[in-house]
Design a protein. Structure first.
Length: 697
């Protein structure tokens, strides 16, 4: 057998095995045999690159070449769905649709997968490209990453030319597992979106994304089935992964059964009258699904009716999405501004048309970084949904409607908005590396004086701006040496205010070493890691300085929770002259640079537990205080409840988390119970003292 034939046979066998395993969930060959065939094909392909097919099963592992996702036009309209927020609305829509069609209809009910919309294009049964939705007409070519998704077939079982719409998503359990290394990613959808746009497909291959497909568009219309159920059955036969949670609604259960039988598909046969109870049932099972859904989609089954109904500018008239939650805040992006943080990190911020959300008016929302903007494909003028995650800053969650002005995805300018220095890319973020950048310096000072840090409350961002502008302060030690009396006579700075500044400065000298350490601007050193370092033996600054002078990475990494990257970051920062000067200045000012006995971390009573928090609290306001208490005692905290969550701390109010927790058997803990766990009793001064101690202030 010649090599070419051998490669072809290996390819066939591997493709069959991949399809069986990933799409149908069964093994037809052993893992060992699979690896053997795979390695053999890799060997042939590397020795004879001319034999390597673009869609070889070996392309699943991705590549280290970077990709810039060129824009490509869709050949089908990629629209989104109109929405309903109650089952009554869905029933009314079905009735209206049947009326305008002028005949009896059947409908298919699918889950609305909360993932990334993708269109897969095949020519003569061969994968040619995968495009993101983009603005509906033009999307980004993300083929190299999508090819790493094992459930996306690269070769179909028939040589058809077809466009297929589907949703790429990440299962909840896979998200939780990956989250340990990317804690900033809020939900599985965002992680899937980020992965689909990874520059290196080898990195995308490391994330176990999967797909459900739900629409097919045949180039040769004569091949196209005449109803949606048959389309799904055909897609399945072609090798695609179809969501088995399906229901069919028609005038009677028997009629629905007949439709299913004809299409050769399994689904729940139901009558129109069952719709409300079906949606209720789905809502209940939602928490126990392995993936996230954000609603249900009702679609007209008959394709000729679909065609007759047609489309509005934005939506098909033959389908509607039933969304589970009441609408999130929906608003328009007026502009995107760019901020420089205390570490020089650049954060793009969406300036919004003001909108009410969770009891406050939101005008701005974080966009994190360019990668996040790209994954949303967000442009000026787009209509977006905005959410609040925990108690923190609101974030733009999704683009709901593209702008009509033709604006394309926003790109962060490459120079610092404050000092115009060229920006530098580090990991996912851009940085301004000019240490004298005024916004950076002000940010560093404001961080130092913040309530959660040195708690010099009267010297807030506004006062810092003033002190900076008057050239009184350029680095942290200046806060301890500057002559605040110079402010006398300045508008808004009376004697009382000046006295409060001086008092705050004096008071701050009492803050324990752990707080000082977490406030002076060492990278990755927050309250928790400062405690960890101290517990791990760095009980005074000299020990830290010595270890960094000696480049002694092991002195840090021998502490269990300190990784190599954090260690290297701390060492580099402590070797820096400016940091040395800062530390010397603060020492001279009389700040605490060694640990006193009572600052120890409390017992790790929550070690190994995973806690979510909902509602508001009497003793923990803002709610982040409760998270701190949990984390300090060894708990891992999460923002959404999954099978791994062990406890839900539930205050008053709060949303659906309580039901989700109940349905998953997660232990629900009240505030009173939690207080008892912490061993805290009384209110008043006693409690305040206790908190100050345990918060490390
Ligand atoms: S049908 C022309 N079915 O929801 C109709 N969409 O706002 C195409 N989605 O962009 C959409 N699950 O990304 C359809 N079973 C499903 C879906 C689904 C998730 C997404 C899709 C679409 C968005 C609609």
């Amino acid at each position: 057998m010649d090599l070419k034939e051998q490669a072809r046979q290996l390819t066939d066998e591997l493709l069959r095995a991949q399809k069986a395993y990933y799409v149908d969930g069964r093994s037809i060959i052993s893992d060992l045999e699979y690896d053997r065939l795979f390695d053999e094909l890799v060997r042939i392909e590397s020795e004879h690159p001319e034999l390597k097919d673009e869609n070889s099963p070996t392309s699943r592992v991705g590549s280290d070449l970077t990709s810039d996702f060129p824009e490509v036009s869709h050949t089908i309209p990629v629209l989104s769905l109109d929405k309903a927020y109650s089952s009554q609305e869905v029933v009314a829509w079905m009735e209206k649709t049947a009326r305008s069609a002028g005949r009896d209809l059947s409908f298919v009910e699918e889950e609305k997968i909360d993932g990334i919309s993708i269109v897969l294009y095949y020519e003569n049964g061969i994968f040619v490209r995968a495009l993101t939705r983009g603005n509906g007409y033009v999307g980004n070519d993300v083929s190299s990453n999508v090819k790493t998704v094992k459930t996306v077939p690269l070769v179909l079982t028939e040589p058809v030319t077809i466009a297929v719409r589907g949703e790429i998503y990440l299962a909840k359990k896979d998200f939780e597992a990956l989250r340990e290394s990317s804690p900033e990613v809020a939900n599985p959808r965002n992680m899937a979106a980020g992965t689909v746009r990874r520059q290196k497909s080898s990195e995308a291959a490391a994330v176990p994304l999967t797909i459900f497909v739900y629409e097919g568009f045949w180039a040769d219309e004569s091949k196209r089935p005449d109803n949606h159920l048959a389309i799904l059955a055909s897609l399945k036969r072609l090798g695609f992964r179809i969501n088995p949670h399906l229901a069919v609604f028609s005038s009677s259960k028997e009629q629905s059964e007949k439709l299913l039988e004809k299409a050769g598909l399994e689904a729940e046969p139901l009558a129109f009258g069952d719709l409300a109870s079906y949606l209720e049932r789905v809502t209940e099972r939602r928490a126990s699904l392995e993936y996230e859904i954000d609603g249900m989609v009702t679609k007209v089954n008959e394709l000729d009716v679909r065609e007759a109904l047609g489309y509005t500018e934005h939506h098909p008239r033959w389908a509607i999405a039933y969304k589970f939650e009441s609408p999130q805040a929906v608003t328009k992006v007026k502009a995107v501004t760019v901020q420089v943080g205390r570490t020089g990190r650049i954060t793009p911020v969406a300036e919004l048309e003001p909108v009410q959300l969770g009891g406050s008016v939101v005008r701005r929302a974080t966009l994190h970084n360019q990668e996040y903007i790209d994954s949303l494909e967000l442009a000026l003028g787009d209509t977006v949904s905005v959410v609040k995650r925990g108690d923190v800053i609101p974030a733009v969650d999704q683009v709901l409607e593209k702008n009509e002005e033709g604006n394309t995805t926003f790109v962060i300018p490459r120079t610092c908005p404050c000092c115009s220095s060229p920006l530098v890319q580090k990991g996912a973020h851009l940085y301004c590396v000019n240490r004298d950048c005024p916004d950076q310096v002000k940010g560093m000072l404001a961080f130092f004086t913040a309530r959660d840090q040195m708690d010099m409350e009267s010297i807030g961002p506004k006062a810092i701006e003033k002190l900076y502008d008057m050239k009184l302060v350029r680095d942290i030690p200046d806060l301890y040496t500057c002559d605040y009396d110079v402010l006398k006579g300045e508008k808004g700075y009376g004697e009382k205010m000046i006295a409060s500044f001086k008092a705050a400065v004096e008071e701050s000298k009492k803050r324990p070493f752990s707080t000082v350490l977490a406030s002076i601007g060492l990278p990755d050193v927050g309250a928790k890691s400062a405690q960890i370092l101290i517990r791990g033996g760095f009980s005074d600054i000299d020990r830290l300085l010595k270890a960094s002078d000696e480049n002694d990475i092991a002195a840090f990494t021998s502490i269990p929770q300190i990784g190599e990257q954090t260690a290297a970051g701390i060492i580099a920062a402590l070797q820096d002259d400016a940091m040395r000067e800062r530390i010397a200045g603060l020492r001279a000012a009389g700040l605490q640079f060694e640990q006193k006995a009572q600052e120890e971390l409390p017992d790790q009573i929550f070690a190994g537990q995973v806690w979510a928090v909902t509602g508001s609290f009497e003793h923990f306001n803002p709610r982040s205080l409760a998270l701190k208490e949990l984390e300090k005692r060894g708990a891992r905290t999460v923002s959404s409840i999954t099978g791994k969550t062990t406890h839900l701390l539930a205050g008053t109010g709060g949303g659906s988390k309580r039901e989700t927790a109940a349905s998953l058997g997660v232990r629900i803990v009240s505030e009173a119970e939690f207080m008892a766990m912490l061993g805290q009793e009384e209110h008043g001064q006693e409690k305040k003292d206790a908190q100050q101690l345990s918060f490390g202030f």
